[in-house]
Structures are given as C-alpha cells and as structure tokens.
Design a protein around this ligand. Structure first.
Ligand SMILES: C[S@@+](CC[C@H](N)C(=O)[O-])C[C@H]1O[C@@H](n2cnc3c(N)ncnc32)[C@H](O)[C@@H]1O
Length: 247
C-alpha cells in the first residue's frame, strides 16, 4: 500500500507498475491479512447490493472489485479502473480464475478523468487510492459525477491515529522499520519508504469529510478502523440531480 511523494501521475504509474508483482504478497504479510477485513467493511458501507452496477477506482490487483463481484452477483456489473497496466493484468488474471463466468470489466484509465457518463454507478469503492492521486478534490468530484443520485462511495485508506501517542509511535515504527525492511529484501525499499511521510500530507478524516462536502456530496462520514490507523470515508450523493442546492 505504498504512496509516492511524486506529484507527476506518470511517476506514480511507473511506481505501481514496478511493485505490481509483489503487491498482494506484501499487503497480506504486512497487514496480517487484515486488509481483506477492512476492504469487506468498505464494500458493505458502499451500499452495493445484488444486481447493482458498481465501480472500484484505483483497483490495483482487484481485491475490492472481486469482493464487489461476490456482492452484486451474476445480475450485477463490476468495473475496476486503474492506470497501471501491470496492476490491471494481475487483476484480470485473478478474476478469470475466481469468476470465470462473471467477467469483471477492467478499464485502463485515470481516476481524475473517468471515462464514464454522469450517473453511471450504484456504488463506488476506492482502496488506498485517494492518498495516491495527484488531485484529491478532482478525484472526489469525478466520483460524485459518476454516482447515481442517492448512491454512496466508500473510500478506504491509511489514517494517523492522532491523539493516541502510543499508536502514532507504533504506526511510525511499524511502517519505517518492518515494512521498509521487508520491502528492501525485495529491492523495493525506496518505494515503500514513502508510506509514512505520505501520511503526514494526507488529509485527516475530518479534512476528507470537508473536501467531500465541497465536491458536492450531500453527506460525508468518516469511520476510523484499527484504532484510527486506517479509516473509511463514506460519502453519499444527494437524492436530487447534480444541480440540486442541497449538494
Ligand atoms: C496502493 S494501490 C491500491 C490497490 C487496491 N485498491 C488495493 O486496495 O489493494 C493504489 C492504486 O492506485 C492506482 N492509481 C493511482 N493514481 C491513479 C489515478 N490517477 N488513476 C487511476 N489509478 C491510479 C495505482 O496504479 C495503484 O494500483
């Protein structure tokens, strides 16, 4: 779940192309498998249900899209979008193995200029993507644009457990020693060294909430997970159309 300091989307894309072959192993080991639990919560909070048409942004190797496929079933439709071809190739391969009869659409594209019409989706998820996009307000506006009225998005990412010094120290220690050490062993030390500093620049839960309201969402709630070391931003589009004064 690394995040670069680079501002250039091209550099971000190259970073994820490089780490793609190791990405799933790393997530699983470093979170002790817990990332799947947090992802399940994000999927549930997105409000996706049977038969829905849903989008997973910055889908990477496809964890959230695969969970969404289980949730929406054969009558539903799942789209996973990412701008890293290497990450998408792994996602495509996994979905062919796990859901041979329920093809997920894998789209190579940019979360900042989504190639979908307005009001396309019943739910949107994004896991560890918001911290990586180069323009967070624009990503939120695009999510708002493609969500149908009254529908929700759930955005999972790291968070600082501020106000709990022990946990903040633990998180910094874990990221700067354990994660970086394991990454170095795979030749990816510098790629993963960025996670901890990236959290200092990433907006807090309350700041994310305010940004979502500014992007036109009618409501925004932030749910801390893992004692505040992770969090899910749940945002809901107004029931009226996009021009409504409530949004
Ligand atoms: C840390 S990974 C998360 C992958 C997956 N969602 C997960 O939770 O395991 C971040 C992903 O965001 C993608 N990404 C970053 N900026 C993007 C953008 N502007 N448009 C599309 N994908 C982007 C990267 O290619 C990478 O696959």
């Amino acid at each position: 779940m690394p995040s670069p300091t680079f501002e250039q989307p091209e550099q971000i894309r190259e970073l994820f192309d490089r780490i793609a072959p190791h990405y799933d192993f790393f997530n699983q080991t470093l979170s002790l498998g817990l990332h799947q639990v947090w992802k399940r919560m994000a999927v549930r909070w997105s409000g996706a249900s049977s038969g829905d048409h849903v989008l997973d942004l910055c889908c990477g190797t496809g964890d959230l899209a695969l969970q969404l496929a289980r949730r929406v079933g054969r009558r539903g439709r799942v789209v996973g979008l990412d701008f890293s071809p290497a990450m998408l190739n792994i996602a495509r391969h996994r979905s062919r193995q796990l859901f041979p009869n329920h093809p997920i659409e894998w789209v190579l594209g940019d979360a900042l200029t989504l190639p979908f019409p307005n009001d396309s989706f019943d739910a949107v998820t994004m896991g560890y993507g918001l911290r990586n996009v180069s323009d967070i307000p624009q990503a939120l506006r695009e999510i708002r644009r493609v969500l149908k009225p009254g529908c929700r998005a759930a955005i999972l990412d790291f968070h600082r457990p501020t106000g709990i010094p022990f946990l903040e120290h633990f998180q910094r220690w874990y990221l700067n020693t354990q994660v970086v050490a394991q990454a170095k062993a795979l030749g990816l030390g510098s790629e993963y060294a960025y996670i901890d500093p990236s959290l200092d620049r990433f907006p807090s839960g309350e700041e994310q909430r305010q940004m979502a309201l500014q992007a036109g969402f009618a409501s925004a709630k932030f749910y801390p997970l893992a004692w505040g070391m992770m969090g899910v931003l749940v945002i809901e589009a107004c029931h009226c159309d996009r021009q409504c004064s409530a949004s």
